[in-house]
Design a protein around this ligand. Structure first.
Ligand code: SF4
Length: 212
């Protein structure tokens, strides 16, 4: 079976997953990328993704796609070419603190890991972009983000080895991006991602502005 067929079969099974027993309107959010060589891994979908059915469809997604546009690729092309996964695929609900969404529980993360591992095995991504601490520490050591963002890393996972270039979480609930020289680290990360996307044929369109 071709990689595209295996990915299509995988996505159909993922869309039907109910392992965590979420409310009936909460469904797994599935990427629709075609023949991807790049994977982006976020934390978990938000409420807005339930109605849109697309990953990173809300305000955090708008910020993320602005960043990716600065690496030379429009949202439309990114959604078509980059497989957007997450640590968990179902909306976890609001945080008990009232600030942002609930962080998926360890049990939910463990349950959902089978889907991520399967995607890594099917796609064997040349480039992996973990977004936010939860996704970053899935692949990289649990160090301060300042020591990880703005650098390239070789990482091993269920699908082999990938170049990983982490990004901070684009949610307004994350204050990391506003501290110290973190904006420079973000720019450095986008400057590393841009040539990798070009090398892998994830090409710009005329509406984007490249940082490298
Ligand atoms: S979070 Fe993952 S494992 Fe849990 S129900 Fe959703 S898709 Fe399935």
């Amino acid at each position: 079976m071709s990689k595209s067929s295996r990915l299509a079969t995988h996505c159909a099974s993922l869309a039907d997953c109910r392992m965590c027993g979420h409310a009936s309107e909460v469904r797994p959010i599935v990427s629709h990328a075609v023949s991807p060589k790049v994977m982006l891994v976020g934390q978990a979908p938000g409420k807005v993704e339930i109605s849109s059915g697309k990953p990173f469809a809300g305000r955090a997604g708008a910020t993320l796609f602005r960043w990716i546009a600065r690496a030379g690729v429009s949202e439309e092309i990114a959604r078509r070419s980059i497989y957007i996964a997450a640590i968990t695929r179902c909306y976890p609900g609001r945080s008990p603190s009232g600030r942002g969404d609930r962080v998926p529980s360890p049990a939910e993360r463990d349950a959902c890991a089978v889907w991520l591992d399967a995607e890594l095995r099917i796609i064997r991504p040349a480039l992996l972009i973990p977004v936010g601490r939860l996704a970053i520490t899935r692949f990289l050591p649990n160090q301060p983000l300042d020591e990880l963002i703005g650098q390239s890393h070789q990482v091993e996972h269920a699908g082999g080895t990938s170049l990983a270039i982490p990004l901070p979480h684009p949610s307004g609930a994350s204050s990391w991006i506003h501290q110290d020289d973190h904006q420079q680290l973000l720019e450095r990360a986008l400057g590393l991602i841009a040539p990798e996307l070009r090398r892998l044929g994830v090409t710009a369109d005329s509406s984007t502005r490249s940082v490298a």
